[in-house]
Design a protein around this ligand. Structure first.
Ligand SMILES: *[C@@H]1O[C@H](CO)[C@@H](O)[C@H](O)[C@H]1NC(C)=O
Ligand SMILES: *[C@@H]1O[C@H](CO)[C@@H](O)[C@H](O)[C@H]1NC(C)=O
Ligand SMILES: *[C@@H]1O[C@H](CO)[C@@H](O)[C@H](O)[C@H]1NC(C)=O
Ligand SMILES: *[C@@H]1O[C@H](CO)[C@@H](O)[C@H](O)[C@H]1NC(C)=O
Ligand SMILES: *[C@@H]1O[C@H](CO)[C@@H](O)[C@H](O)[C@H]1NC(C)=O
Length: 584
């Protein structure tokens, strides 16, 4: 302002010097420059206003488009955002798991057992009642960790418990407790529809898969299937939620059952499955399992150079490399499948420490661990835990070897396996013990045996009804090629033939019972995602057509190519012959 004023004064002085008195020029200059200044300020403010308005409009529209942009550009980001809230929910959930969940329909009286607590994460808040459970007189500390899964089991299972034993932790009104037990006994439990089954290897898990597939199929439940019609959830990679079809696209919002092979990772699984999901798995004695693994996975680097399992065990792991692809099948595979480091512990202390950590983590995340050696007992336990019927857990043995390829081990070799798979051995021993303890504190062995007998009788009837010859046959004898089981390694996986002339309903039931894993997985994928399955089928047709054309073109015109081809074949044959020699 001051330089302007000076300039104006100077100009005025120059033009009007002499004619106009200097004070009036001064006043005019000051007055004019004030007006000009005011005008400038107003202009500036107007521009500022417009700019601000434009800016806010732009920002608003950007905010509106942000989420969808995000989904397109980086769907994983949302998942990461979700992860935080899910972890929060999980903490609440784990607290809630400690209390018995009840939908509170018929059992009004029960809700007064103690203060009802709101289910923290549900949009439709369920009532959760506190019923402290299962203080095992034999081992307080272990049972403390078992509370979450037992709390869930409570729903359908702990029927025959003595009230004093069951609720020893709190002084509940015994009348209310016995009415609670009565209502459970009356079969008012609700069947569980949200299930995660961690499918382990060589543990009769394919048979359980069939049970879950049939249950979900007949009840029209939604499976968390692998993307792109894969048969496994990208095992042996750690599970990621986007391995599930319909997850990334948000096409499916409520999954019921997840049961395909995966390497377990709890937080990712919980992104897919609802909070009230029942988690279970199955273990097998690592000794017989090792024999089975050796036969089935004979071609992996760890086993490749050994003719027999005994040779492999006598090597004491000297030639074992934990970095070679697929070698995890040879060492603590159960530990690996549950998502832990399967490397061999170097000392007894390390073994103790790691085994305790693994066992307590598994107990935190799983409600029930079944035992392959007691398969029928496991099915009875499972059906009570899920509040399912005995028919629901009925099955034929699937993906099972013929006895021809089974071998037994010497006592010395058995000890070697236990030492080699020390983590798995600890895991198995622990859960075998807790399996029987749970039977003793819930059903009781007499009731268990009763149901096991019933299950076997029903299965025998079903086998006679469904199966030609009433039993499993070698794959070569399976007539319907679409029902041939997948063959792998040196094991002979048996299959079944259906009896002809069954009525439609029986035929459907029988067919489902004997459909091998891969075929059933594909069928369910087609049922859930008919459009995606059709697209994939079309792609396959195109690809094979392309291959055919390519093949024909090569055949038709290029003798050089043909020569290359035969050269290549010759080399391949040579390599094969060499390999054969080596093996011998
Ligand atoms: C359970 O069944 C018994 C008779 O079988 C009946 O008297 C009782 O009221 C039932 N309890 C509940 C909670 O439904
Ligand atoms: C499942 O879906 C099929 C076909 O939509 C239907 O016929 C059947 O009744 C459904 N079953 C159940 C248990 O909802
Ligand atoms: C597994 O544990 C071993 C020994 O504790 C360690 O050397 C190795 O790096 C671990 N592997 C992974 C993948 O964490
Ligand atoms: C598993 O538990 C049962 C019942 O206690 C026992 O008889 C069996 O020997 C156990 N198996 C192993 C391998 O420890
Ligand atoms: C059984 O299925 C066949 C073909 O799948 C059909 O033609 C027939 O009508 C069905 N019978 C009954 C009783 O549903």
């Amino acid at each position: 302002m001051i330089p302007q004023l000076k300039r104006a004064l100077r100009e005025n002085n120059a033009s009007y010097r002499g004619s106009i008195p200097p004070w009036s020029a001064c006043v005019r200059a000051v007055f004019c420059s004030h007006l000009r200044l005011l005008w400038h300020v107003l202009m500036f403010l107007t521009v500022l206003c417009v700019a601000l308005q434009l800016l806010s409009a732009v920002r608003q529209s950007r905010n509106k488009t942000k989420p969808s942009d995000h989904q397109v550009i980086n769907p994983l980001h949302d998942e990461q955002q979700d992860a935080k809230s899910i972890m929060k929910n999980l903490n609440a959930n784990q607290a809630a798991f400690r209390h018995f969940q009840w939908s509170g329909r018929k059992e009004e009286g029960l809700n007064r057992v103690s203060e009802p607590v709101r289910h923290l994460t549900s949009t439709n808040p369920k009532l959760v009642i506190r019923v402290d459970i299962a203080h095992d007189p034999k081992g307080e500390s272990v049972v403390g960790r078992e509370v979450p899964k037992q709390a869930h089991l409570q729903k359908g299972f702990q029927l025959e418990l003595q009230p004093e034993l069951q609720l020893s932790g709190q002084r509940h009104d015994t009348k209310q407790v016995s009415s609670f037990l009565a209502s459970v006994r009356n079969g008012t439990c609700q069947p569980t529809n949200h299930v995660v089954f961690l499918k382990t290897h060589k543990t009769a898990s394919s048979t359980i898969l069939n049970i879950l597939y049939r249950y979900g199929d007949t009840h029209n439940l939604t499976f968390a299937l692998p993307v792109n019609m894969h048969s496994q959830l990208y095992y042996p990679n750690f599970f990621m939620s986007h391995f599930v079809e319909g997850m990334k696209s948000h096409r499916v919002t409520n999954f019921h059952i997840m049961c395909n092979h995966m390497r377990f990772r709890g937080p990712e699984v919980r992104k897919v499955m609802p909070l009230d999901t029942f988690y279970f798995s199955i273990l097998r004695n690592p000794v017989s399992m090792m024999e089975s693994l050796f036969t089935y996975y004979k071609s992996i680097p760890a086993f490749h150079n050994f003719k027999t399992l005994q040779d492999f065990l006598l090597d004491n792991g000297h030639s074992y490399s934990n970095t070679a692809l697929s070698n995890h099948y040879a060492l603590n595979i159960l530990t690996f499948d549950f998502g832990f480091n399967n490397s061999a512990p170097q000392s007894e202390e390390e073994l103790d420490k790691r085994a305790v950590a693994i066992i307590s983590a598994v107990e935190r995340e799983f409600h029930l661990i079944l035992i392959s050696e007691y398969f029928d007992e496991s099915m009875v336990l499972l059906r009570h835990a899920l509040c399912w019927t005995l028919e629901d857990v009925m099955s034929f043995r699937l993906n099972s070897r013929s006895d021809k390829s089974r071998k037994s081990l010497s006592a010395e070799m058995i000890e070697k396996v236990k030492k080699w798979s020390s983590l798995d051995w600890r895991l198995y021993q622990h859960f075998n013990t807790s399996f029987w303890r749970r039977i003793d504190t819930s059903l009781g062995r007499a009731k268990l045996q009763e149901e096991v007998k019933l299950l076997r009788a029903k299965r025998a009837v079903l086998e006679q009804t469904c199966l030609l010859g009433g039993k499993a046959v070698d794959p070569a004898q399976v007539r319907d090629s679409s029902l041939k089981p997948f063959q792998y390694g040196q094991a002979v996986i048996q299959g079944y033939n259906l009896r002809p002339g069954l009525d439609n309903n029986t035929h459907q039931l029988c067919q489902r019972l004997i459909t091998p894993e891969l075929q059933y997985t594909m069928a369910l994928y087609k049922k859930q995602f008919p459009d995606l399955a059709a697209k994939m089928a079309a792609k396959l047709v195109i690809n094979s057509a392309k291959k055919n054309m390519h093949h024909k073109a090569r055949k038709a015109n290029a003798p050089q190519l043909a020569k290359d081809n035969s050269d290549f074949k010759g080399k391949a044959n040579l390599a094969k012959a060499k390999q054969k020699k080596k093996l011998k």
